[in-house]
Write a protein that binds this ligand. Structure first.
Ligand code: TYM
Length: 344
């Protein structure tokens, strides 16, 4: 069989991304994802959802799930996402995600999923005890993206592999069903020093919601005192800062703090390093505290304000879900036709 020629997708550019409602959001989520959502909404049509379908791949208390969805929505709004421009919605309110995921489960290969490092990290030694949902999680993620034919997906570095899988699924669907260029091959928007923020306690571990130590991360709801204390206690070394990034190769904690500073200021790590080279952490940390408090303080305050009005959040989510369903429906109908199903 000859391979069908690669035909490029010719539809409009679109942004899609989401965050799981599985705990307090931290600086890594903010710099790796939320800041980029806010920037991109002015450049392309933007869909940002709360990934509550993904959340239950690991146990979530049903009594808390809705308020966690509201909290993520409050963080989106507090970081500048504008519901008049971007479509903001809960994933579970758009059933087309799950329907397309089933079809993609039949396109994706077991071998592809076996390679997913996030499953291996989350499942640890006891993968037989994990839910089937955790294993097929990246397939649902591909459906989230492709149901809107999104072309750009702003995420942190840890999601890169899931984006590659999404491209593989899109390409195989287009090929197997002989619909060249039907789905786009979406790009991960992963750039800059905020793409991989590390733990404040261990420069070799990612900053994460699930780290047992609260001192490992700065939460978006932390007040100025907590932010200052966590930065002051962040692990560092006694050496002064060097002139080049290459010299920080074996100092991951130092590299991380420089990266955080750079991401908060929208500069490169090299620029920040040249400003502070020769200085020790005794001088650098107070500057980082001032910057972090100035940038994150207003986000935390705005989050608290939005959280105080859950009815308004629910209105925004309901309006977003209606818009998202309207965009997803024709794609799902087309896909059902392509696969040979009855149209509903
Ligand atoms: P989640 O909820 O784990 O994380 C949300 C976003 O935050 C980014 N992130 C980080 N960025 C920099 N440094 C860190 N330490 C850090 N930790 C987390 C993540 O890369 C992500 O962008 N699978 C996704 C949710 C999802 C999704 C999607 C994303 C479901 N469907 C479709 C994009 C498109 C997740 O678990 O993100």
């Amino acid at each position: 069989m000859t391979a069908s020629p690669t035909v490029a997708f010719t539809g409009p550019t679109r942004v899609l991304s989401g965050v799981q409602p599985t705990g307090a959001l931290h600086l890594g989520n903010y710099l790796g994802a939320l800041v980029k959502f806010t920037r991109l909404q002015h450049e392309m049509e933007t869909f940002i959802f709360v990934a509550d379908l993904h959340a239950i791949t690991q146990w979530q208390d049903p009594k808390l799930l809705k308020s966690q969805v509201r909290e993520i929505t409050a963080a989106y709004l507090a970081s500048g996402l504008d519901p008049a421009i971007a479509t903001i919605f809960p994933q579970s309110a758009v059933p087309a995600h799950a329907e397309l995921a089933w079809i993609f489960n039949c396109v994706a290969r077991l071998g592809w999923l076996d390679r997913m490092t996030q499953f291996k990290d989350k499942a640890g030694k006891h993968k037989e005890r994990e839910s089937v949902g955790l294993y097929t999680y990246p397939v649902l993620q591909a459906a989230d993206i492709l149901i809107y034919k999104a072309t750009h997906v702003p995420v942190g570095e840890d999601q890169r592999q899931h984006l590659e899988l999404t491209r593989d699924i899109a390409a195989k669907f287009n090929h197997d069903f002989e619909v060249p260029g039907y789905f786009p091959l979406p790009e991960a928007v992963v750039e800059g020093p905020g793409a991989r923020i590390m733990s404040l306690r261990d420069g070799s571990a990612k900053m994460s919601k699930s780290d047992p130590s609260d001192y490992s991360r700065i939460n978006l709801t932390d007040d100025a005192d907590a932010i200052a204390q966590k930065i002051r206690k962040a692990r560092t070394d006694a050496e002064p800062l060097p002139e080049t990034l290459a010299e920080l190769k074996d100092r991951p904690e130092a590299l991380n703090l420089i990266g955080i500073y750079a991401a908060l200021e929208g500069r490169t790590s090299a620029e920040v390093l040249s400003e502070f080279s020769g200085q020790g952490f005794g001088a650098f940390k107070p500057k980082l505290v001032d910057l972090a408090v100035a940038r994150l303080g207003p986000v935390g305050d705005a989050m608290r304000k939005f959280m105080a009005d859950p009815a308004e959040i629910d209105r925004i989510l309901a309006a977003g879900a209606e818009r998202a369903r309207a965009v997803a429906a024709p794609t799902l109908a087309e896909v059902k036709g392509i696969v040979g199903y009855w149209a509903s």
